[in-house]
Design a binder for this molecule. Structure first.
Ligand code: SF4
Ligand code: SF4
Length: 303
């Protein structure tokens, strides 16, 4: 079995929104984008991180004793992150669960053992395993070895990607993937760069290339961010672009605020503090506009 290891930050069992059936979703750490609305800031850095949840801290001081670098304090800043070596000893010492180490290096074998716990569920529901993140293709050797091993064992595999990946890397993964969940955020390259940190040029060209192949099955995922990508111009341009491609469906992902507290726990500021979820009317309007282009539209929780 492959000895390749990768850095993950979560394994979610019983996932029902990341492809068909009941699935296990493996979240790989590290992403080339910095979407301003990102609900999983813990996925972005390709390194281990320490989160601190103030509401759980009982003030015992065990973390300060455990820290070898002096990064842990009982002062208001709590962690002097510039001193932190990310060893995780403070989180091990914190029985209250206020300090959490985010990120673990695991092998392909570790993941297979985790996945096979739900074999019966995959069989009865038509489910499988999804690689998500972060950006799975940002760890190409691990993603490739894992997908190959999963396929070798007969699992249905899905790859959730932001698309900002060298084509040769993405292409190398596709042969072991049954379904691609492909993110599309904005049609204008300059606005896309302002909102996510990168242009959409590579994302568009990779999407076209996958669609031309005709396999794997392609579902395009659009986060709906009020005031940022829900204008008539952008939705119309999206409909025209996607309507010409060979894709299975478009999935609308309404913005939600569940990720907001994570920023404070990581010692970061949330870039869009006043942003609210889109209204049902807005979602229905976008659905109608895309369906008018002949696209099948999926919208979890709104139907
Ligand atoms: S991860 Fe290690 S170095 Fe960083 S604050 Fe915790 S104990 Fe200190
Ligand atoms: S070990 Fe945990 S509960 Fe105790 S002071 Fe540190 S963060 Fe707070």
């Amino acid at each position: 079995m492959s000895g390749v290891t990768g850095l993950i930050f979560d394994v979610k069992h019983f996932a029902v929104h990341d492809g068909p059936g009941i699935r296990t979703t493996v979240f790989l750490k590290g992403c080339p984008l910095r979407c301003r609305w990102c609900h999983s800031p813990e996925s972005q850095s390709p390194r281990v991180e320490i989160a601190f949840h103030l509401d759980l801290c009982i003030g015992c001081g065990a973390c300060v004793e455990a820290c070898p670098t002096g990064a842990q304090t009982m002062g208001p800043e709590k962690i002097r992150r510039e001193l932190c070596s990310r060893c995780g000893r403070c989180a091990e010492a914190c029985y209250a669960g206020a300090l959490v180490k985010i990120g673990d290096y695991v092998s392909v074998g570790d993941i297979l053992r985790e996945v096979e716990k739900d074999d019966l569920l995959y069989e009865t529901s038509g489910g499988g395993v999804t690689l998500s993140g972060g950006e799975p293709a940002a760890q190409p050797r691990f993603a490739s070895a894992l997908l190959r091993a999963l396929r070798g064992r007969g699992y249905h595999t899905a790859l959730d990607t932001c698309g900002h990946v060298e084509w040769e890397i993405l292409r190398g993964l596709l042969d072991d993937v049954d379904l691609v969940l492909y993110d599309l955020k904005h049609m204008d390259p300059a606005v896309h760069e302002e909102l996510t940190g990168v242009s959409n040029t590579l994302i568009f060209s990779n999407l076209r290339r996958i669609a031309r192949r005709g396999a794997p099955t392609l579902v395009v995922r659009v986060p709906v961010i009020s005031g940022y990508n829900d204008s008539a111009d952008n939705i119309d341009a999206m409909g025209r672009f996607l309507g010409d491609l060979n894709i299975e469906a478009v999935e609308l992902l309404p913005y939600h605020r569940l990720g907001v507290p994570k920023y404070a726990a990581l010692g970061r500021e949330y870039p869009l503090p006043h942003l609210q979820p889109p209204s049902v009317e807005t979602l229905e309007w976008i659905r109608g506009a895309l369906e008018a282009r002949g696209l099948k539209v999926i919208m979890e929780g709104v139907d």
